[in-house]
Design a protein around this ligand. Structure first.
Ligand code: TRP
Length: 444
């Protein structure tokens, strides 16, 4: 296994992990799920969940990945617990599931890059979105997005993933800051800001049973946790990194991008009198398209913005695909290119329902964040906390500076608080999906 690939540098790893984390989850999903869950209250719960639950869970994945230096399934075998390899199997399945609709949304973004250049959505942004979100064209752009993803993964860890993300992370920060500054100064922006930033405790009291699982699910989705991405990425890592510091940086950068996206989306929605709760999965597309249509250099700004979102989406999509490809390459010694293409074809087929129905896409998304990711994370955390235990602490302490002393506290946090929270939100999340399903039955 000496030929296994590694990151060229520590920065390369951090940027690839940030590249995986920062994506449609921050720019598309976060504003729309925030709007569906009452605004500012959701933001608060999300931030607490990212730091208190997400970060410890991320370190749990890092510990397994770096110790084992294997793909998500064989990693557990390598460290002496082969049965826990089911976590990896679940991770592979979740990767297929998420990528199938993620790529449809990625296809919308490609479409919007072109439509910005031509002014295609300038007439009626809302109707434009409804027209392109599902149907034959959405299927075509879904295929195109997947094709790009397959291409980058086929190039490998260093030339593909690492290089692509080095450009993306700085670019998205710069563009979002610029747009946020502009959005905040629009007339009507104040209402959007208070909706996004001042929590209303009554909203929480009434709806905590949907808000909390949605917020924890969003934290896991956004940080790429719960399906082994971070196990896989840490498996390409050297021994001397301070994993706690890396993890903290990833959480801070990722949250910053989510907040920036909200600072762009909500002032724009309010300044155009769009009721945020009604915006749905098209929130960011409709609001930004409307804004760009009324800007002097709107076409240029639109191309730049959606271009950057596209790169962010690709750098996340490649991590979803990489989990599967890494397994096939390790285990069966098949070529990267062939595996990536084969998986791409399967994912394309699985995405067809989402590419032809917006409701299906939304349901796939909800099941991923409410069920699959909490389930995967629960299993990883239970394993690392109660089975692997001290060995995980030892692994994290390798290369850790002063923070190494926090190891035992981290272990108990994982064993009790993180695990109990995940089990709780998994139950709430399943209940939520069953309720949605019952609604559909009733309507149908
Ligand atoms: N975190 C990415 C985003 O926010 C999506 C993503 C990539 C992901 N890999 C993942 C989500 C693994 C869950 C699990 O866009």
């Amino acid at each position: 296994m000496d030929t296994r690939e590694t990151w060229a540098s520590r920065l390369g790893f951090i940027l690839a992990a940030v590249g995986s984390a920062v994506g449609l989850g921050n720019v598309w999903r976060f504003p729309y799920v925030t709007a569906a869950n009452g605004g500012a209250v959701f933001l608060v719960v999300y931030l607490i969940a990212a730091v208190a639950i997400g970060l410890p869970a991320m370190l749990a994945e890092f510990a397994v990945g770096r110790r084992a230096r294997r793909n998500v399934i064989d990693a557990f075998d390598e460290i002496g617990y082969p049965t826990w390899g089911v976590i990896g199997l679940l991770g592979l399945a979740t990767g297929f599931w998420i990528l199938s609709y993620y790529s449809v949304v990625g296809g919308w973004v490609i479409r919007y890059v072109f439509a910005s250049a031509t002014g295609g959505y300038f007439g009626d942004p809302n109707a434009y979105f409804q027209g392109i979100a599902a149907g034959p064209a959405a299927v075509g752009f879904h295929a195109l997005f997947l094709g790009l993803t397959v291409g980058i993964v086929a190039l490998g860890v260093e030339d593909g993933i690492e290089l692509a993300t080095k450009v993306m992370v700085p670019a998205i920060l710069v563009v979002l800051v610029g747009l946020a500054v502009w959005g905040v100064t629009l007339s009507g922006a104040g209402d959007g800001l208070s909706y996004f930033l001042s929590p209303d405790i009554d909203v929480f009291a009434n709806d905590y049973a949907t808000i909390v699982p949605a917020a924890v699910g969003q934290a896991f989705f956004s940080l790429s946790l719960g399906m082994g991405v971070m196990i896989t990425y840490a498996s390409y890592l050297g021994r001397d990194d301070d994993l706690a510091v890396d993890g903290g940086l990833i959480v801070v950068l990722n949250s910053a991008v989510g907040i920036l996206a909200g600072l762009v989306a909500f002032p724009l929605l309010f300044s155009q009198n769009v009721e945020p709760g009604s915006a749905g999965a098209g929130a960011i597309f409709v609001s930004l398209a409307t804004a760009f249509a009324s800007l002097p250099a709107g076409r240029l700004v639109g191309v730049v913005f959606f271009g950057v979102v596209l790169v962010a989406a690709l750098s996340s999509a490649i991590s979803l695909l990489e989990v599967v490809v890494s397994y096939a390459v390790d285990r069966y010694a098949v070529g990267r290119l062939r595996t990536a293409v084969a998986v791409g074809v399967l994912v394309f087929a699985l995405g067809l329902p989402s590419a032809t129905s917006l409701e299906t896409l939304t349901l796939f998304d909800r099941v991923a964040s409410n069920v699959w990711l909490p389930l995967g994370a629960t299993l990883v955390v239970a394993f690392v906390g109660w089975v692997y235990g001290q060995a995980a602490v030892d692994e994290l302490q390798q290369g850790a500076g002063r923070l190494g002393g926090l190891g035992p506290a981290w272990l108990w946090l994982v064993r009790v608080v993180v695990l109990a929270t995940l089990v709780g939100i998994l139950l709430l999340g399943v209940a939520d999906i069953l309720a949605v399903y019952a609604d559909i039955e009733l309507l149908g």
